[in-house]
Design a protein around this ligand. Structure first.
Ligand code: ARG
Length: 559
């Protein structure tokens, strides 16, 4: 059931000679004030077709309007405002929702794959705030793709290859200690890496040594490979703690090293197509735009980040025949993805338009970039644990007798962090403020979770079962039903715009509509509308839970 479609059809029955259904649909608006009607149709377009005054057309249309779900149509200047039959719409909507449950809003399955390249932290470095955003946004987009009928293929393109490993090996073999790394892997490796950068300023010879190590790694030298595998293992242990806290899973962990044996054919192909040119000893491909050329091989023959992304894109197209390959990576890599796409285009691939870079803004603290600057590193695991601890304190204060306290605190703490990130349009920067994230009021994850839990409690306490029917024709229930009916559209918009914030804003406004209803109506009163009111409450719990799920946030039954 879709109110806009109902109105579109009603108008189309009158206007089919003059406007298409699609045109009508595009013209329909929401009136500025709810009291003016549920939907409005402006008559300017029709006025130019008919060469008549829009006011006059509006008056005529209002009189002709005839639909079993429309209560009345009113001309207001050049607009035709309609009011729906609330009881009929309520009953119909709630009956559909009770049948569909969590499947409400699902689109028809297309059978096509959408690849998501997201999270992708770098081995031997801390999991940064930027990687956190990629992880959270990427997971939500993958959920949205599934809801919109696609099969999501989730890939973690770990940064596990590149010259930085040469530097790290150089540092480790000179100044490192195995025991120290084992005790505190990432901060220690990070420390060595930072130390390398200090030393190289004094002793530029180290640079050659580091390059030598990376060359050894690319040539499969036993010692180099062994060290690399160890660094990777230790790093993954740390990353997995974060993934576990956030409940993130991947279909494939195919880091940059996965493409080691897949680059040579790509480079050969570039060569054969005459695209590879020498530039200051390195091999590059001109992009054919005013962007700088794409670096494919360094002077010493080692490959680069872009080389691996070329191989990865080709591999993924072959392997998954993707409908789209979505890269959830910070805005600062715009040029990189543009270059990779240009090069693939010049190679003759016709699917480069299906590679989508979905960028996002920074996480700030006190207005400044929250970074992993020299030594002073923010470990993400600590941030999440901190959020969980504060959620525990909150619960201890507000609901000390709650069962399963630890599990709920974990859901609320991580949910707060995730929701806080996703409620902003992704290109905006996010100000990191735990205090603010964790309040039960305002636009927060805990507020939505709390609204859901409160509705669940009503269902539990009620002395009847929900049965779909109209709960009444009051403003409050009507506002809730209209929000419920808007969910499928939000699901679609969030996906087509790659914008999880659409869903976050949606669950906030459904929560606020429900909370007004809760404040004004005695839901549990035992009268003959009780089962109907409960069906409204049930629908709200289903949609809030599903909306939160799309964002990657859990909805505990009790809080
Ligand atoms: N590891 C990279 C970084 O931290 C992100 C990788 C993004 N994905 C890709 N296919 N390039 O900057």
């Amino acid at each position: 059931m879709n109110l806009k479609a109902v109105y579109t059809n009603a108008l189309y029955r009158i206007l089919q000679e003059e406007l298409s259904e699609e045109e009508i649909g595009k013209l329909i608006e929401h009136p500025k004030h709810e009291a003016h009607g549920d939907l409005a149709f402006p008559c300017f377009r029709l006025a130019s077709v008919r060469k008549e005054a829009p006011q006059k057309i509006a008056g005529a249309l209002a009189e002709q309007m005839n639909d079993p779900l429309i209560e009345k149509a009113e001309a207001a200047g050049p607009y035709v405002n309609v009011f729906f039959k609330r009881e009929a719409v309520n009953a119909e909507a709630l009956s559909q929702l009770s049948v569909l449950g969590a499947e409400y809003g699902d689109k028809i399955r297309t059978g096509e794959n959408v690849v998501f390249d997201f999270s992708s932290p770098n081995i031997a470095k801390p999991f940064s705030m930027g990687h956190l955003r990629s992880t959270i946004i990427g997971r939500s987009l993958a959920n949205l793709a599934e809801k919109n009928g696609y099969k999501a293929v989730k890939i973690n393109h770990l940064g596990d290859w590149g010259t930085q490993f040469g530097k790290l090996m150089c540092a480790y073999t000179r100044w490192g200690s195995e025991a120290e790394v084992r005790k505190n892997p990432i901060p220690t490796l990070m420390k060595y890496y930072v130390h390398y950068h200090e030393e190289v300023k004094e002793d530029p010879g180290l640079d050659d040594e580091a390059r030598g190590w990376f060359k050894k790694l690319e040539d499969q030298d036993v010692e180099a490979v062994k060290l690399w595998m160890w660094f990777k293992e230790e790093s993954l242990k740390e990353f997995n703690k974060v993934y576990e806290l956030l409940g993130i899973t991947f279909d494939h962990v195919q880091g940059e090293s996965f493409y080691n044996d897949k680059m040579a054919p790509v480079v050969a192909d570039l060569e054969e197509k005459g695209l590879l040119v020498e530039s200051e000893g390195a091999m590059v491909v001109e992009t054919g735009t005013d962007e700088p050329p794409c670096l494919i091989k360094k002077k010493d023959g080692t490959t680069l980040y872009a080389t691996r992304d070329l191989a990865a894109a080709i591999y993924r197209k072959k392997q998954f025949d993707f409908h789209k390959c979505v890269y959830v990576v910070g805005a600062e890599q715009q040029l990189h993805f543009s270059q990779v796409r240009q090069v693939l285009g010049r190679m003759g691939y016709d699917w480069t338009g299906d590679m989508v870079h979905v960028p996002f803004g920074l996480i700030l603290q006190g207005g400044k970039k929250m970074s992993t600057r020299k030594g002073k590193i923010v470990l993400l695991e600590d941030v999440l644990r901190d959020a969980i601890t504060r959620a525990e304190e909150n619960i201890a204060e507000k609901n000390p007798s709650l069962e399963d306290k630890d599990a709920v605190a974990a859901d609320v703490g991580t949910g707060a962090v995730v929701f806080h990130d996703l409620k902003n349009e992704r290109m905006n920067s996010v100000e990191f403020n735990l205090e603010q994230m964790l309040t039960f009021e305002g636009e927060t994850g805990p507020y939505v979770q709390y609204t859901h839990a409160r509705a669940m409690t009503l269902l539990e306490r009620a002395e009847a079962d929900p049965a779909p029917a109209s709960p009444g024709e009051g403003e409050e229930e009507w506002a809730v039903v209209k929000e419920l009916l808007a969910f499928p559209d939000a699901v679609e918009r969030a996906w087509t715009q790659y914008e999880p914030s659409v869903i976050a804003k949606y669950v906030l406004s459904l929560s606020s509509a429900f909370n007004s209803y809760y404040g004004k109506v005695r839901i549990l009163e035992s009268d003959d509308r009780l089962p109907a009111r409960l069906s409204l409450v049930k629908a709200v719990t289903d949609v809030l839970k599903e909306g939160l799920r799309l964002l990657g946030v859990k909805a505990p039954d009790k809080m």
